[in-house]
Design a binder for this molecule. Structure first.
Ligand code: SF4
Length: 337
């Protein structure tokens, strides 16, 4: 599959009274048409800021996307887009689905009208054609009785149906890229599964590149082709879903996986937590950002930021543990032990 989106060396900071918060530092990744890339990490890791930068949604000031960053969409560097160009791109080429559908929908406007507005804003069609397309979209996202539902307000829909309406609006102009920021977090488990299935269907049928931002590794396992793991504004590991789940090479990835509840839990072992808190991004540590929480921390970790070690064409991690000297000098064992 070809790369639809390439992000190279993305740097985003925010100017605050306390100082400059370096929220995203040197982030590079690709998203392919027809595939799903998951960005995982805890709150404050930079995953939402990264996705907003890709959509030109960082308010400047206080935000600042460094000019050396590159965002290449469909072969074109869009970093220097004007506000008008970003708006056109967001409606036509890329769309975002947020966590809480109630904040994305206008509570005072009928659902059908909201979908039609989105269609009319971005394509030159008559009102009748927009209405027809809105009905098709409601059917596509499995809303029962779409003719009737067109004339209802968001409060008359359940949480899961509201998220389907948000997805229908996002699909209004057939975007090539869809960014979903925790799209299932506000929903109960059975509805979550339906929304994930719907996103998978859209991804395959429309050849859409989906970027899924989440802290839920269950969602990732069911949906993603590739994963990037972010911590303290940096990518600490990236790989295919198989590589990340079966061969994690960064202690943070490993700790995230061990923190997932396992219903079988045959050994009755306690859920593992990751003690400590992420570093202050106004003054990030000069070495590894995870050093203060890492059980394998070595002398060099606090002094020098780890470079990426490649394990395959798709798999790499930034951790000194993967340096040949780690085993020799410190006698470090494998992180899975
Ligand atoms: Fe731990 Fe050092 Fe690896 Fe950072 S570089 S994750 S502190 S072993």
């Amino acid at each position: 599959m070809s790369n639809l989106l390439e992000v190279k060396n993305l740097e985003v900071s925010f100017h605050t009274y306390a100082g400059e918060v370096k929220a995203v530092r040197g982030v590079s990744f690709e998203a392919k048409a027809g595939e799903c890339l998951a960005i995982v990490g805890e709150s404050g890791s930079g995953k939402t800021v990264t996705s907003k930068a890709v959509l030109g949604l960082i308010a400047t000031p206080p935000g600042d996307v460094k000019k050396t960053s590159e965002i290449i969409f469909d072969g074109q560097n869009i970093m220097n887009y004007s506000e008008k160009e970003w708006r056109a791109y967001r409606g036509k080429d890329a769309a975002m689905i947020f966590q809480d559908p109630m904040t994305s929908l206008n509570p005072t406007m009928k659902v059908g009208k909201q979908i039609m507005e989105s269609i009319l804003l971005h394509s030159k069609v008559s009102k009748d054609e927009a209405k027809k397309r809105a009905l098709e979209l409601l059917k596509m996202v499995n809303i029962p009785n779409p003719e009737e539902r067109m004339n209802q307000y968001p409060y008359e829909f359940s949480g899961g149906m509201r998220q389907r309406v948000v997805i229908a609006i996002a699909l209004a102009c057939n975007p090539k890229l869809m960014i979903a920021d925790e799209p299932t977090t506000a929903l109960d488990v059975t509805i979550q599964a339906q929304i994930i299935d719907l996103l998978k269907k859209i991804q395959k049928e429309n050849n859409t590149a989906v970027v899924m931002i989440t802290h839920d590794l269950g969602v990732v396992a069911g949906m993603a082709d590739d994963i990037i793991v972010m911590y303290a504004g940096r990518i600490v590991e990236k790989g295919t879903v198989y590589e990340i789940f079966n061969e994690p090479k960064h202690p943070y990835t490993d700790a995230l996986l061990k923190a997932v509840p396992n219903l079988k839990n045959e050994n009755k072992s306690e859920l593992r937590i990751i003690p400590g808190t992420p570093p202050d991004l106004i003054a990030p540590p000069k070495g590894c950002g995870f050093a203060s929480r890492c059980q394998y921390c070595m002398g060099i970790c606090k002094e020098q930021s780890p470079e990426y070690t490649k394990f395959s064409d798709s798999h790499e991690a930034a951790c000194w543990l993967n340096h040949p000297m780690a085993k020799e000098v410190y006698g470090i064992k494998d992180i899975k032990e």
